[in-house]
Design a protein around this ligand. Sequence first.
Ligand SMILES: [Zn+2]
Length: 226
Amino acid sequence: MLLAMLSLVTMGIVISLLAYYLGDRFARFPGGEWDGGHGEFTTSGRLSSADSWANRAWPAIRDRVQFPPLYLPAQQVASRLNPGKVYLVDPANLSCTCNYFLIRGARAAIGSKERLCRHLRNVYASQGNPSALIRMVLLDDAHYGETDQLWSGEVDGIPVVIAWREGDPWVAVYTRASITNGEPDFQRYVFHLDNAAWGEGRIPRANAQSIRQMLADWFADPHLAA
Ligand SMILES: [Zn+2]
């Protein structure tokens, strides 16, 4: 009897984990449709099945951005999502007491982006003296993914950060919006790999063509070049 109950509980856990995983996969494809009959995912009206970047082999561009320990005292940070909850953030050991850190961050190498939870990111952005562009990326809570690939460098002499999540055809591109002599004006752009087009009607003014060429080289897809 006990054994039967245990196996029922185990089955329940397996099923809910599976549902959670599948839900997460599909949540990444806004506007997409699941073709249950054939088991293929298509993005409506666009490239389908095998041609979509959702189903192709992704390049392994390694993270170029490193986040070494910051020799600052440990500090208490109030949770923004759970009122009354306080986390202990330790920049010198790159550790935190939040759930993301305990579950995933703690297992990531010191210096890697995966190590940083939201709280370590905030400390890094405000006290770690990063470049203006990296600070913007670290504080972009709505789009930042702890495990997304992240490349940072210069394109046409202008700082650029490119972030993507395997299976998601939307690539985020952070770079300068204006080419004036004033304060650098960095903005976030999006490029859709399947459509080979910039999204949201916005295109980086100074280096869009070179960024597209770089994506075409990385992804070995000449259609991505302008
Ligand atoms: Zn944290």
